[in-house]
Design a protein around this ligand. Sequence first.
Ligand SMILES: [Zn+2]
Length: 286
Amino acid sequence: MAERPDMIRIGKYELYWLNGGAFELDGGAMFGVVPKVLWEKKYPPSRGNNINLVAHPILVRTPESNLIIETGLGNKLTEKQRKIFNQKDEWRILDDLRMVGLSADDIDYVILTHCDFDHSGGLVSRKGDDLTLTFPRARYLIQKKEWEDVKKPNKRSAHTFWPVNFEGIEESGNLSLVDGEMEVLPGVALSYTGGHNRGHQIVRIESEGECALHLGDLLPTHVHFNPLWVMAYDNYPLEVIDLKERLEEEGISREAWFTFYHDPFVRACRFNEKGEVIEEVKVSPS
Ligand SMILES: [Zn+2]
């Protein structure tokens, strides 16, 4: 990553991308029923049909508060897991926070769009032999339905809700379960969506007439903007298609920035009605 994390401004607010690690997933799984001949033109696979992805949380700095959306891969993957996901970059979000003059104690809110391992991995971190809360002062904002599924995963979600990522969270008293909508701060709001996971949520950020939409894994990369390009990882694909149509229309009409957590090429984009990129912020070379 460049010296200072990539950043965009939304009115008075600053959004920074922090290095939460890089990894690979199967390209076919990332593009579901989309034929490879179509997706490989936009997103060339690396070895073994995998594609490169990042898990880069977004720090939102407002004049009063600091908020983090997602937490990256964390530092608890076993050697076997690191191999399976071909983890490349280490999780360095605390170093990146220091670059902008903040420490873990300065984070007031942690928002997880959902609890899959690649989003929740940095909630709890390993320090020597101990597990500790990475952001001890923060409130953790997760949808109630998502937390119910973490506590009682189905056969599929059991593979991605890793208990080690949630150790000590309930006992900390920092967990706030969101039931539908919530205004976190003036101009930062959560909305329940479902779709990718049963308890998935999105984030709207608005300041001084400008707007960013963070659609989490409904829109993992800018290449997924076509509503029909949904992932095989989506648990409710028809819902994802409906949600994307509605939310993308909203974002286009408001000239919003769409922000990406998994995109190794582009941090944020604006699109026109045809779904074409009209403005973009690229990932800085590391
Ligand atoms: Zn993800």
